[in-house]
Design a protein around this ligand. Structure first.
Ligand SMILES: [Zn+2]
Length: 283
């Protein structure tokens, strides 16, 4: 697990403690599912899904279009029907943004989607209704997409501007999705998402998430301490925690004294000859 993944997983601990009806009871271990998304309102759709799997890592948001023959608006429940007819568990995208900017709930956010081949287990899928090979996304759709991206980045602790946070479907699979007109506007949408992401509301949300993270960490430590205490107590009653040594340990020898620091000895110099008799005297 990379550090980013680890941080993200930690970040989401505690957020989903209370799962709202908005996110169905698909995940019993719901700690990684945010109970609400800050800064956006998502219309609940109450769709019924087949078997879904939980997603434990989220490091990328993938943008799609519907890409039908026309550029018409379409609802999440229609896409849900199509995808059920494909034999899938239901709509493969987590969100669908209607032409009027309404964000509709698709597949529950904490579950693995079915929207990008080979990359579903770490991505969230957003679909903008329309065919953007033909038409262009509406202003309302672009604003909603930017707000939704900012919100998702806040709860999953991603920066929208990081390379790889927001991708068009065509960046990952061989497809024209999300259509050239939307794909060309993705950088602007991401830029706008960064502005929402930096807003006071999102900053407050990030602080709140960090606070929950700390509290959760403290709870975990407390639990661990309690378990260790319990184990110690049980061990103490039934058997000693380690065998008694048959003989006492030998006394610890004091460490040898360090030699004192002495000034370096001067190199031996020839001693002055004590017998002057041997001295040659000039005559
Ligand atoms: Zn797509």
């Amino acid at each position: 697990m990379t550090r980013r993944e680890f941080l993200r997983r930690c970040a989401l601990v505690g957020i989903g403690a209370a799962v709202s009806p908005f996110f169905p009871s698909v995940a019993e271990a719901s700690w990684y599912i945010p109970s609400a998304l800050p800064g956006v309102s998502v219309r609940p759709t109450h769709l019924k899904f087949g078997i879904l799997e939980n997603r434990f890592v989220t490091d990328c948001i993938v943008v799609h279009h519907i890409g039908m023959a026309n550029d018409d608006d379409v609802s999440a429940s229609s896409v849900h029907e199509w995808h059920l007819n494909n034999g899938w568990s239901g709509i493969g995208y987590h969100f669908l943004i209607r032409k009027d900017g309404t964000i509709e709930q698709g597949r529950p956010l904490g579950t693995i989607g079915a929207h990008v081949y080979g990359e579903n287990n770490h991505t969230v899928g957003i679909n903008l209704a329309g065919n953007f090979e033909i038409g262009a996304p509406t202003e309302a759709q672009k604003v909603s997409a930017a707000r939704l991206i900012a919100s998702l980045c806040t709860v999953y602790q991603l920066d929208p501007m990081w390379q790889g946070t927001v991708k068009g479907h065509r960046d990952l699979n061989a497809t024209v999705c999300p259509g050239r007109h939307l794909y060309a506007q993705l950088p602007d949408i991401v830029q706008q998402a960064r502005i929402y992401y930096s807003s006071e509301e999102m900053q407050t949300e990030r602080l709140r998430i960090a606070q929950r993270e700390r509290e959760e960490e403290e709870r975990r430590r407390e639990l661990l301490r309690a378990r260790m205490e319990e184990a110690k107590r049980r061990n103490g009653m039934t058997r000693p925690s380690h065998p008694t040594p048959s003989a006492p340990n030998p006394p610890v020898q004091p460490p040898p004294e360090k030699p004192g620091l002495k000034p370096n000895k001067r190199p031996d110099l020839p001693k002055p000859n004590p017998s002057p008799a041997q001295r040659r005297i000039a005559t």
